[in-house]
Write a protein that binds this ligand. Structure first.
Ligand code: NI
Length: 192
């Protein structure tokens, strides 16, 4: 296993449409997933898409602990969002050739960050409920319905496969913020 370098906004690999994985069971896919897991954990990310490690293939991984989901819900509230996103844990999921379909027209905005856009966060509208399907690491078909933060993470990660980063999904850039400023403001509010 190895910790991989993460591509940052501006690198062309993040703008390209990734290609399907033809043989999900191939040893190189397994190796890539193992390295992506280690990279995501090292970077303390909730998800990672293969193009972020310079591999333009349709593969994402994600995992959300209860603590992180709770933090996300709090940050969404701090961001003035009206959302009541569920504090839902997301099991560690490997998704090959994923397809995401919205189950509602309803969207809600909440803060997102991305390992490829370091030190920043911004408010992004996402569908509140989606169904996603894809193949797991053992070739099994995964079909799940997701809401709240879970749905948000899936939409964010799968956007990477189409060359889309979250700032492109923002309706305006007013909420684009350095995370260090967010933390400073949170500390100031806590001190009041
Ligand atoms: Ni991202």
């Amino acid at each position: 296993m190895a910790i991989l370098k993460i591509a940052r906004m501006g690198h062309p690999v993040l703008r390209q449409v990734a290609s399907s994985i033809e043989d999900p069971g191939a040893p190189e896919v397994r190796r890539l997933v193992a390295d992506m897991l280690e990279t995501m954990q090292d970077a303390d990310g909730a998800g990672l898409a293969a193009p972020q490690v310079y591999v333009p293939k349709r593969l994402v991984i994600f995992s959300v602990s209860g603590a992180r989901a709770e933090r996300a819900a709090e940050e969404a509230a701090d961001g003035g969002s009206e959302s009541e996103e569920a504090e839902e844990e997301v099991p560690l999921t490997v998704l090959i050739n994923p397809v995401v379909e919205p189950l509602t027209e309803e969207m809600t905005a909440a803060l997102e960050a991305c390992l490829s856009v370091p030190d920043l966060a911004g408010s992004v509208p996402r569908y509140t409920a989606v169904r996603y399907r894809g193949l797991g690491l053992n070739g099994e078909e995964i079909v799940r319905e997701a809401t709240g933060f879970h749905a948000r993470v899936v939409q964010h990660e799968c956007d990477h496969l189409d060359g889309i980063l979250y700032p492109q999904r923002m309706r305006d850039l007013t909420s684009l913020t350095f995370t260090s400023e967010l933390h400073a403001q949170a500390r100031a509010e806590a001190a009041e």
